[in-house]
Write a protein that binds this ligand. Structure first.
Ligand code: FO1
Length: 316
C-alpha cells in the first residue's frame, strides 16, 4: 500500500515513526512543511524536514522532539560571544546538517536534493519531500506586528495574540518534484496530527496541492491534533481560539471538510462524532495520544486500516 503523508514537525513525526514500522517504509512518501524554515547565521534551517528525518533515522532528541540526541551547544555559545542571536538553539551536530544543506544550495542544488542527500546519509528509507523547492515563509500577524514564524514560536514563545497567518511566497511556489505524483498515486493519504494552521495549511497553500488532495478526498484520512479541547503539542489550541475557530476535533474537521473523507479522533472526543459526520466527514474513534513507541505503531496501524472503509460523501 503506497501512502503519502502531509507533515509538520514534532506531532507528525510521532505518527510517522509508527507508519515507518507499520508498513514497508519504502512505500511511504512524506510531504513536509517548509513554511517554518529560517535563515540564521547565513544558514538555511528547515526544522520540519530535520525533525522528520532525525525521527525516522532514530537520532532525534527524545526530550524535545527536535534536534539531535546528545547534541552539545558549544558553537551556539561561542556565537553568543560574537553578539549573535542565540534564542534559536542550534546544536553542534545539528549545525552540520544546516552547513551541508546551505552549501548544497549555494552550489545550485535544490531543497529536494538536499533533503534526499540528508535522508540517505542518515539511512531513512521513507521518501522525504519538501512541499516546494522555492522558499515559502510563514509569517504570523500579531497584536505586536508581523513576526517570522520561528520568532513568533520560539523567541516570543507563541505569546502574542495572533490575528492572521500569511504564507509568503506560497501563491507563486510550485510543488517540489514528486509531490503531486505521490498524492495522485498513493493508495491512501494521511494528514498527520500537526497544527492545521501553521503545519498543514502552508502545504495546502502551495500551488496545486490543495486541489490535488481534494481530488483524492475519499482516500484522505486526518488525525486530529486536538484532544479534549487542547493541543497535545504546541500552540494549535491557542492559535485556533485567537482566530475564532472552535478548539475541538470538530473545529479541526470543519477546517478539513473539503479535503478529508475521514478524521480519526480520540476516545475523549467520542461525543463529537455525530457532529463531525453531519459535516460529511466520517469519524473514527480510537486512542490518539502517542506517548510510547507502541502507541505510535498502534495508531499508525489503525490509521492504515481506515483506508479500507468507505469515506463519507462530499459535503453539501
Ligand atoms: N524549538 C524550540 O522551542 N526552541 C528552539 O531553540 C528550537 C531550535 C531548533 C533548532 C533546529 C530545529 O530543526 C528545530 C528547532 N526547534 C526549536 C523546533 C522548531 O522551532 C519547531 O518545533 C518547529 O518549527 C515546529 O514544527
Amino acid at each position: 500500500m503506497g501512502i503519502a503523508a502531509l507533515a509538520g514537525g514534532v506531532g507528525a513525526s510521532k505518527l510517522l515513526f509508527g507508519l515507518a514500522r507499520a508498513m514497508p517504509p519504502g512505500e511511504l512518501t512524506i510531504v513536509v512543511n517548509t513554511g517554518d524554515d529560517i535563515e540564521m547565521h547565513g544558514l538555511t534551517i528547515c526544522p520540519d524536514l530535520d525533525i522528520v528525518t532525525y525521527t525516522l533515522a532514530g537520532v532525534v532528541n527524545p526530550a524535545t522532539g527536535w534536534g539531535i540526541d546528545g547534541d552539545t551547544f558549544a558553537a551556539r555559545d561561542y556565537l553568543g560571544r560574537y553578539g549573535r542571536e542565540t534564542w534559536f538553539n542550534l546544536g553542534d551536530r545539528d549545525l552540520a546538517t544546516h552547513i551541508h544543506r546551505t552549501d548544497m544550495l549555494h552550489r545550485g542544488k535544490t531543497l529536494s536534493e538536499c533533503a534526499e542527500s540528508i535522508r540517505r546519509a542518515l539511512g531513512v528509507k521513507a521518501k522525504i519531500l519538501p512541499m516546494s523547492d522555492e522558499p515559502v515563509r510563514t509569517q504570523i500577524e500579531t497584536e505586536n506586528g508581523l513576526l517570522p514564524f520561528q520568532h513568533y514560536l520560539v523567541k516570543h514563545r507563541a505569546a502574542p495574540r495572533v490575528t492572521k497567518i500569511h504564507f509568503h511566497g506560497a501563491e507563486s511556489a510550485e510543488p517540489a518534484p514528486g509531490v503531486l505524483e505521490a498524492i495522485a498515486a498513493a493508495d491512501g493519504i494521511v494528514i498527520c496530527p500537526s497544527n492545521p494552521l501553521i503545519s498543514i495549511r502552508p502545504i495546502l497553500a502551495v500551488t496545486g496541492i490543495r486541489d490535488a488532495i481534494a481530488a483524492r478526498r475519499a482516500d484522505v484520512v486526518a488525525i486530529s491534533p486536538i484532544v479534549g479541547g487542547a493541543s497535545l503539542k504546541g500552540p494549535s489550541d491557542k492559535m485556533m481560539a485567537e482566530l475564532g475557530l472552535e478548539v475541538s476535533a470538530l473545529g479541526v474537521a470543519r477546517m478539513y471538510r473539503d479535503i478529508v473523507g475521514r478524521i480519526i479522533i480520540d476516545g475523549a472526543d467520542a461525543a463529537l462524532q455525530t457532529s463531525i459526520e453531519e459535516l460529511g466527514v466520517a469519524g473514527s474513534v480510537t486512542g490518539t495520544v502517542m506517548r510510547t513507541g507502541e502507541d505510535k505503531v498502534r495508531l499508525a496501524a489503525y490509521t492504515l486500516t481506515q483506508f479500507k472503509k468507505k469515506a463519507s460523501s462530499a459535503p453539501a
